[in-house]
Design a protein around this ligand. Sequence first.
Ligand SMILES: C[S@@+](CC[C@H](N)C(=O)[O-])C[C@H]1O[C@@H](n2cnc3c(N)ncnc32)[C@H](O)[C@@H]1O
Length: 240
Amino acid sequence: MTGSQPPGPSKPASADPTGEAAEQLGDDALSERYVPAAGHRALTRFYDPAMAATMRERTFRRALVRSAVTTGPQAILDVGCGTGSQTIALADAVPHAEVIGVDGDPDALARARARGAGRAITWVEAFAQELPLDDDAVDCVTASLLLHHLSPPTRLAALREMRRVLRPGGRLHIADWGRPQDPPMRLAFLSIRLLDGRKNTADHAAGRIPQIIKEAGFSDVQVTRRLRTVFGTLELLEAS
Ligand SMILES: C[S@@+](CC[C@H](N)C(=O)[O-])C[C@H]1O[C@@H](n2cnc3c(N)ncnc32)[C@H](O)[C@@H]1O
């Protein structure tokens, strides 16, 4: 599956969060299924500048790319790709690989598609918990800052989907909020907890994400790096 036109695989009806599907789901059900990049769709255009200013973005994205390319992946899936920064960095680092970016938000994907123009990335509108890919389709799955957008049951379902599409021996690479290292980081994390929801961020605050990744069927789960940021402790995790 290559090329820049979406979607390669068939798109489930529920992957349209704007039109009929949104009307049928209603606002509450929809926010249960996906929260936009900056917490509200009207704020998506501010997401990239805010990331660059506050998140040590270059450091964590480079670190995630470095660990993802170590095994020489042939097919990479970036789940919750948003406006495409991580997906594009991966495609540039492994130009021979097939790269797929999946997100539930059509506005974020439109930005990603424009930013990634000229690269052989496939952009797909779909939900992380219903990935429209075959079993064992890729040998590398990445998800940066997705998991804290998902409710606990949706997060577990999404991680199980990531395991399903990952070939045996393939690697999972996550960047997301971890347990705050100290009181200043706990205070910093409060704004994310308010913006993205206390329920969705409770497992992050409690340091339970590695255990949840195991529950989804992964093994050898490791936190490889912790970074202090304006909004709290960002962790890089790997699993197979
Ligand atoms: C904070 S942004 C991170 C975007 C990107 N990965 C990055 O590193 O900049 C979270 C993204 O997850 C997407 N998202 C949230 N829930 C989702 C779901 N259930 N399925 C697919 N995408 C989802 C949002 O639309 C948003 O683009």
